[in-house]
Design a protein around this ligand. Structure first.
Ligand code: ADP
Ligand code: MG
Length: 369
């Protein structure tokens, strides 16, 4: 379910193992639909489309969390669906997500739920300055507004259309990290090392993974928190949990994604098994082996902005110059139109040491402008 780049990379991994794939996505030109054996282009709630998908599939998964949960329930009547509608429904809604984190004993940023004007009036002042986030349908910083005063908060909530929101206290971040786990139907669970993430304008820009990229204690806490968050909903599939590490070293959970994640793309070239390989295994009911990282890695996200560094018309970046650098692995998602802020691909850089990888990353960034 879903035809974006995450679906495309899943399809590639599944096909590598000989599986046939079917993608349901309303866009006739979707990145995953283009490479799948079957592409059903209907809406996610189209009963006929869902029936066709079920007819073609032995098992069904999702590549983005905003697939309507009732559609997953519909499919689950006749086919195994993982992650299940319950888990996806929790991840779709920041309010339910935060309650789940609390149930698992993992702390998140101080917050208030705002669903009514009364809630708004009752917001404690110590949550300001804060970030107002819509409870549903946010991604890449969309659906979020930083607010410093009560007046800004009121204006931001009104601008949201008065939809359910959470106001989170703005925390002093030292850095951000995330952990990807894969859990099977029979409860077997494996994880990748914690990855260190740098965001720009609310969008992931860089992920770095090398020994001691994160203080050991914080990395261990993040891994055990991610595992208990998955365990707590008997999750089946690949799950990513995002964390903040604060200036005082404290670990705070941010959000989770019920699918492979942009911050896990480095696993495609720096591990013996990628996050998409593990997604295939969980879906097919195959054994999960702990993945092994064999190289230090940096992932650079390639946003559409790189096509416009000279101003004017879109110009394809100089890939040949980037690929002349050691340990560079280019992944492009087959999107025909570059737009600013649009994820067009990513560049993985691998090497023996993080110093070598860093210097290559600096060269690559300079080439790309
Ligand atoms: P999205 O669903 O768009 O990824 P997030 O909730 O992860 O939304 O927020 C995007 C980014 O905004 C985070 O990765 C972080 O850099 C910043 N951010 C979000 N919440 C906070 C917070 N409470 N304090 C400080 N920074 C935050
Ligand atoms: Mg996020």
């Amino acid at each position: 379910m879903g035809g974006g780049q995450l679906g495309r990379m899943f399809v590639h991994a599944a096909q590598q193992m000989g599986y046939f794939t079917a993608v349901l996505d309303p866009d006739a030109d979707s990145p995953a639909g283009r490479v799948s054996h079957h592409h059903i282009h209907t809406d996610y709630t189209d009963v006929d489309g869902l029936a066709r998908l079920a007819g073609l599939s032995d098992a069904i998964t999702t590549e983005f969390e905003n697939v309507p949960a009732p559609s997953l329930e519909n499919l689950a009547v006749t086919r195994p669906v993982s992650p299940g509608a319950d888990a996806v429904a929790i991840a779709q809604d920041r309010i339910r997500e935060k309650s789940h984190f609390a149930r698992c004993g993992v702390e998140c940023a101080p917050y208030a739920v705002i669903e009514t004007a009364d809630h708004l009036a009752a917001v404690p002042s110590d949550l300001l300055p804060g970030i107002l986030k819509t409870a549903r349908l946010g991604y890449d910083g969309k659906g979020q507004r930083r607010v410093a005063t009560r007046a800004e908060l009121e204006a931001a909530w009104t601008d949201s259309g008065g939809v359910p929101c959470v106001l989170e206290k703005l925390l002093p971040l030292d850095f951000e990290c995330s952990v990807i786990v894969a859990r099977s139907e029979d409860g077997q669970m494996v994880n990748f090392p914690a990855q260190r993430n740098l965001h720009r304008d609310g969008i992931l820009a860089v992920t770095e993974v090398y020994p001691d990229n994160i203080p050991k204690a914080a990395a261990q806490r993040a891994i055990s928190a991610a595992r208990s968050i998955a365990e707590g909903i008997s999750y089946v599939g690949v799950l990513c949990v995002e964390f903040f590490v604060l200036a005082d070293g404290k670990l705070v959970v941010n959000e989770m994604a019920p699918r492979p994640h942009n911050s896990g793309h480095w696993t495609m070239d720096a591990c013996d098994m990628s996050q998409f390989d593990l997604q295939v295994r969980t879906l097919a009911g195959l054994p999960l082996n702990p993945p092994r990282q064999h190289s230090a890695a940096i992932m650079l996200n390639l946003l559409g902005d790189l096509w416009f560094v000279d101003g004017g018309e879109a110009v394809e970046p100089r890939w040949a110059d980037v690929l002349a650098l050691p340990g560079t692995h280019l992944h492009l998602y087959g999107k025909t139109e570059a737009r600013r802020g649009r994820k067009m691909g990513h560049l993985n850089i691998t090497g023996e040491s993080i110093d070598a990888v860093r210097s290559t990353a600096d060269f690559a960034a300079a080439v790309l402008g």
